[in-house]
Design a protein around this ligand. Structure first.
Ligand code: ATP
Length: 241
């Protein structure tokens, strides 16, 4: 049984079909990278998966259970957590308090405060600091930690490196590599940096105008094939470019 399965998902903004029949599945501990140009439908897909945007048709299954009609909070309790683009922490609270609140709203499991701090060591010196005073990289690490405190079996990461300095991005991906090694939590990650998306993931899916233009094993897909799918180019066009 797949940890997460999406079957022919359709999501709209009014009459505009932003996600057009997207399907994929993910096993426990696997990582899927979703790439695509601006407006390709990545955010709408993520919002539909996490339950904050309505699904028009199709099916989402989490650990064998059909969650398509479930509200967001019920999905979190069942093991689906999202790290949204832009982070959204409680800025007046300390990092520790932010994490404790998340634990109360998620499901119980192995990811308790000590274990999360061990997996993301960057948190240790800032646990008692107010979240509003943190750097972008630190805030993003707290956002990931907060999602982990919900004990997700599937973690959705939407452009986690957006707006961070190259050093902060490096630190963040080192933390994510540690999570990856644990092979417990499946991750779906939207990443604009193609090279990083390929390196970090097991599978890659490229969206173009709401459709899956390309999908496969990240290490088997060529950079050229991904670029073609990304821009919707025919093979000859890229050869002549
Ligand atoms: P980006 O990388 O720019 O965030 P994206 O791949 O996440 O893009 P979406 O934001 O999901 O793509 O947008 C998919 C389509 O839906 C686009 O055509 C976009 O213009 C449209 N869209 C997105 N949000 C809305 C909205 N709130 N109302 C109407 N149309 C929207």
């Amino acid at each position: 049984m797949s940890a997460f399965m999406v079957d022919q998902l359709v999501a709209k903004h009014g009459l505009l079909m932003a996600v057009r029949g997207v399907s994929f599945s993910l096993e426990k501990g696997e990582i899927l990278a979703i790439v695509g140009a601006n407006g390709a439908g990545k955010t709408t897909l993520f919002r539909s998966l996490s339950g904050v945007h309505p699904v028009d048709s199709g099916r989402i299954t989490l650990n064998g259970e059909d969650i398509t009609a479930w509200p967001a909070h019920q999905r979190v309790r069942s093991g689906l957590a999202m790290v949204p683009e832009g982070r959204r922490l409680f800025v007046d609270m300390t990092v520790r308090e932010n994490l404790q609140i998340a634990a109360e709203n998620g499901r119980s499991g192995d990811w308790v405060l000590d274990k999360v701090v061990a997996a993301l060591p960057v948190l240790e010196p800032i646990l008692n600091q107010v979240a509003g005073g943190l750097s972008g990289g630190q805030r993003q690490a707290v956002a990931i930690a907060r999602a982990l405190m919900c004990n997700p079996s599937v973690l959705l990461l939407d452009e986690v490196s957006l707006g961070l300095s190259p050093i902060a991005v490096e630190g963040l991906y080192q933390s994510l590599e540690q999570l990856k090694k644990s092979k417990v939590t499946s991750m779906i990650i939207v990443e604009q940096d193609l090279k990083r998306a390929i390196q970090f993931s097991d599978h890659l899916l490229c969206l173009l105008e709401g459709r899956v233009a390309l999908s496969g094993c990240s290490h088997e897909l060529t950079h050229k094939a991904i670029t073609q799918a990304y821009f919707g180019l025919e093979a000859e066009e890229t050869e002549n470019a």
